[in-house]
Write a protein that binds this ligand. Structure first.
Ligand code: GLC
Length: 735
């Protein structure tokens, strides 16, 4: 349909019909087997079911085809129902969690993955995915860092744009793509004390410089929906925040798509103490141009009366409804409400080697090698024991892999190891070694308790000791439970479960070569694991091809190339921890212990492993930086170059990073900011010159005059392998 036809449809709709287009019902209203991603207590009147504009968390081609057919037949204007779902890092083929995808520093690969995920979701009847999460994440205590691509503005911006392009493609109505709903606007990652849903206290300049750019990049990439966040920003709930929504999102960013609340976020304004009741919450949300009330019953219960009484202008209602109708139209649903829906095509995708290969490559590129003492990796030795709760565990997806169904198709470490070493003369053995969790641990919505926990761990410990005794190399597979990361899983400690640390200590005592793999959805405290292991590698929550990607790196089929998207702390007390900190008036370099400096008495300031850090096989060296000049004019270009050399056993990819520091500004400036990065492939012994162009727009920040601008003065720059090293140079921006 064209806009004129949409307007005539709108004018023909009753007030009730228009209001209900702004209502999203939980999937359970239509399908009792729908996934639960929030809690909705109210009973839903049949009339609301009949007229609601969208629903979420139902999937299945045949099921949704049937539901759509029945729904449209009963709707007075036969307007199609929108099906939305959290396809966060895969639908049936699950990719690494987004934090792991951030570690690839490979937006092109991530875009390819998003396109694959969209194709599977579209075939399964999904129209919209609630992804990417663009929330800058600096506090590892917050469980949702797993869903982000980390702590850096530029990395998040490039990854968010890549995912939007992958999900939506060139034509979102081609039956192979889905609309992207970016989330959670805004600054959800800044939750106080890392506690989910908490208030966010941010200056406007930090909000603008650090938290908003990734949402902006996603919107500029064409994101068709935005989801508001649960948190308040400086005391006002985001979903009704006039400045965030009307001034910044709509007016400044130019976003005219659908703005949907998070699950129940409109209703939650009452407990937030921002709204008197549901009607007040509905009114304030409409005033902020919030289009859809997700699972809240505020719009369905009060919006019609609010319009009739004039408290909400019907014009505002019509504008919101038009945005929803345009979304359905842009998805091609008026022409073909079943576009692309096909159980057969989904099965074909699931068994497509190219789909698995894309996931496998993403796993391999996501792995971050933190230690490799005496070249413990690539694996060598004739007897390798894979020990630990993740040695054979197929549960290596995040809690957002809600459409996966069973894990029978997941490649475990064991399965991949048996494949990799078959016929090579290297023998492999497997032992769980311990339970994944300590007794009484809270995970997701339950408390882990096993009456045989003591006895089971005694037996598992004996099996591990025997396997280690037999082996010349131990691959120790440890990590968080997937229920300890994701929504509503904030933690005050970042340690591995005690039962796993005990296993590590015992095995370290055998003096065998220990390669430790860590499965996690957040930075963890790994100081002891690093000390007791010969090699240490972060595997995140790697998904369906986890085992294959991990063994590809362990065996040297491919060299590790991942870089940390978040700083790993020495201690949780350092959180929130991020590399782009301000210098303070009393900076304290790690190697000095001066009083009256910005320090902890009991810990270094620096990260144990900094943002951007990651080793490969062999050694990577950077030459001093050469600059094409010492000054940069506002319309000029400076070229900064460094020679990068690899010495090692095999080709390896390296993400070369460019950092800048503005030495003086009208506001204080971070000690470093990532301004560009590039993956290069080096052969052993090869030297490659890597050059970056520096231009004035890269130097802009939110100045004391509250505008984006650069300011003349001195700048320092680094080209290197991470945020804590690299070759340095300097230049001056002239006025
Ligand atoms: C959840 C999450 C959000 C998700 C939504 C729908 O509460 O906060 O990320 O997309 O509900 O499932």
């Amino acid at each position: 349909m064209n806009d004129q036809q949409l307007f005539s449809l709108l004018s023909d709709m009753s007030l009730e019909e228009k209001v209900m287009q702004l209502v999203q019902l939980p999937g359970g209203a239509y399908d009792p087997t729908a996934f639960q991603t929030g809690i909705s207590e109210e009973t839903i009147p049949q009339r609301v079911r009949q007229l609601a504009g969208s629903t979420l968390s139902i999937d299945g081609a045949d099921k949704l085809r049937d539901l759509q057919t029945r729904y449209m037949a009963a709707h007075p204007h036969h307007i199609p129902l929108l099906f939305m779902l959290d396809v966060v890092h895969g639908h049936k083929t699950v990719f690494p969690c987004p934090l792991g995808q951030g570690a690839t520093f490979d937006p092109a690969l991530v875009e390819e993955g998003a396109s694959v995920q969209a194709a599977e979701a579209a075939a399964d009847g999904i129209h919209v995915t609630f992804s990417p999460m663009c929330d800058l994440s600096r506090d590892a205590r917050w469980g949702r860092v797993m869903e982000s691509t980390g702590e850096d503005v530029l990395l998040n911006s490039r990854m968010a744009a890549a995912m939007v392009k992958g999900y939506q493609g060139e034509r979102v109505d081609d039956g192979r793509h889905v609309a992207s709903c970016i989330k959670h606007f805004a600054a959800y990652g800044g939750a106080e004390a890392g506690r989910d849903y908490q208030n966010v206290e941010l200056s406007e300049h930090t909000l603008r410089e650090k938290y908003l750019p990734a949402y902006r990049a996603a919107i500029d990439a064409g994101a068709m929906l935005v989801m508001s966040s649960f948190n308040t920003w400086n005391g006002i709930p985001a979903s009704a925040h006039p400045q965030l929504m009307k001034e910044i999102l709509r007016a400044e960013f130019g976003f005219d798509g659908v703005l949907i609340s998070d699950y129940g976020a409109v209703r939650e304004m009452v407990p937030h103490s921002y709204a008197e009741d549901d009607a007040d919450a509905a009114r304030k949300s409409m005033a902020a141009t919030l289009d859809i009330d997700m699972c809240g019953a505020c719009y369905s219960g009060h919006l019609e009366e609010l319009v009739r009484s004039g408290k909400v202008p019907e014009q505002a209602l019509d504008e919101a409804v038009m945005r929803v109708l345009r979304l359905k139209n842009d998805l091609g649903l008026f022409e073909d409400p079943f576009r692309g829906v096909s159980a057969e095509r989904l099965e074909a995708l699931r068994s497509d080697p190219a789909v698995r290969a894309s996931a496998r490559k993403t796993v391999a590129e996501s792995l971050v090698l933190l230690e490799n003492k005496n070249e413990a990796l690539p694996l060598r030795g004739r007897r390798i024991a894979f020990i630990g709760p993740y040695a054979e565990n197929a549960d290596i997806h995040s809690s957002w892999a809600i459409s996966l169904g069973d894990t029978s198709g997941t490649v475990t470490v064991r399965k991949a190891a048996e494949e990799a070493f078959a016929g090579t003369g290297t023998e492999v053995r497997f032992a769980a070694g311990c339970t994944l969790l300590d007794q009484g641990t809270h995970v997701n919505v339950s408390i882990y308790s096993d009456p045989d926990w003591e006895e089971k761990n005694r037996r598992l410990a004996d099996e591990a000791a025997e396997a280690a005794e037999w082996a010349d190399t131990v691959v120790l597979c440890l990590g968080e439970h997937r229920g300890q990361t994701g929504e509503s899983t904030s933690r005050v400690s970042l340690t591995l479960p005690e039962v796993q640390t005990d296993l590590l200590r015992r095995l370290a005592g055998t003096k065998k070569r220990i390669v430790t793999l860590v499965f996690c959805g957040r930075p963890l405290e790994l100081k002891e694991a690093a000390a007791l292991s010969d090699a240490l590698m972060v595997c995140w929550l790697p998904g369906s091809e986890g085992g294959h990607g991990i063994l590809d790196v362990l065996t040297g089929r491919t060299a590790p190339s991942g870089k940390l998207p978040m700083s790993f702390p020495r201690a949780v007390g350092q959180e929130p921890l991020h590399y782009d900190q301000y210098p303070t008036g009393r900076p304290r370099p790690d190697d000095r212990y001066d009083a009256f400096t910005s320090r902890y008495l009991d810990c270094e300031n620096s990260a144990l492993y900094p943002f951007g850090y990651g080793l490969t096989y062999g050694e990577v060296r950077f030459s001093p930086v050469t600059l094409s000049g010492g000054t940069l004019a506002p319309d000029g270009v400076l070229t900064a170059s460094a020679d990068v050399t690899l010495t090692g056993p095999m080709p390896a990819e390296q993400t070369v990073q460019l950092y800048l520091r503005d030495v003086t500004g009208s506001r204080v400036r971070p000690v470093r900011e990532l301004k560009d990065f590039r993956r290069i492939l080096l052969k052993p012994g090869e030297t490659r010159t890597v050059s970056f162009e520096i231009t004035e727009p890269m130097l802009r920040f939110w100045t004391a005059e509250n505008r984006w601008a650069s300011e003349p003065g001195r700048f320092r720059l680094w080209i290197g392998p991470d945020s804590a090293s690299g070759s340095e140079a300097g230049f001056t921006l002239i006025g």
